[in-house]
Design a protein around this ligand. Sequence first.
Ligand SMILES: [Zn+2]
Ligand SMILES: [Zn+2]
Length: 288
Amino acid sequence: MRAAIFHEPGSVTAGERPDAALRESTDAVVRVVLACVCGSDLWFYRGESPFEPGPIGHEFIGVVEDVGDEVTAVERGDLVIAPFAYSDGTCPHCRHGITTSCANGGFFPMNGDGGQGEAVRVPLADGTLVKVPGSGHSEVMLRSLLTLSDVMSTGHHAAVCAEVKRGDTVAVVGDGAVGLCGVLAARRLGAERVIVLGRSDPRWKAAYLRRRVARHRARRGGGSGCGARADRRPGRGRVLECVGTREAFDRQCGSQPTCPTSSTYPTNATVSISAWASSSGATRPQRR
Ligand SMILES: [Zn+2]
Ligand SMILES: [Zn+2]
């Protein structure tokens, strides 16, 4: 089958790989309908993080082509969303809703196939795949469903972890796909005012036009914590860190140390969490 293959920083090609096939009785094979590139794909593409040469892609939706004997939640022909991590849905972490920490799970393409290919072997299909109800979905709807494989779910997770409530002022650090989804999620949860800290004019305009967010353009290379201007009244401000870099994390911590926050900052880095030590109402960074 055809698939995107990472060779080394700066080098990704479309090439031939072995067809996706069942290996375990809990597997499903999904024929990919739509897939996309994640911001985290760019990290290894730029050489900023290590990555094994091979298949890539962890955001995809598709149609179930085959299932193992133990799979009961999905069947051939189902349209499904695959989250960026596969999980059993039954271990203690999964039962508490943190499926990205599944004791038996992993992250695509650790399964051997990437989402940026014609088909994917999905391990632990019952716990991983989410069936989409109905049929005959439009192209626009399919593209929206694709965001649920990562960016919209991550943005929503950030808003929930930051305890966004009706009437809040929310600062969203980052105007990439997760940041814009964080805007949508904050508004959906009732935020009265949303401030985006970003660098991209077209994205800011899209967010502004759709959700009437305020703008505070971040300066490249840091600067003072802009989120502090979101709202100085205790308990009203919320900060969502939606970039996943040290700079964004520091900006978030420095801006609102006494407000509930959430972060997409990855686990493999050393961070200062002193901001949380003095903040009883704060939420620790959410690992992913
Ligand atoms: Zn992603
Ligand atoms: Zn689990």
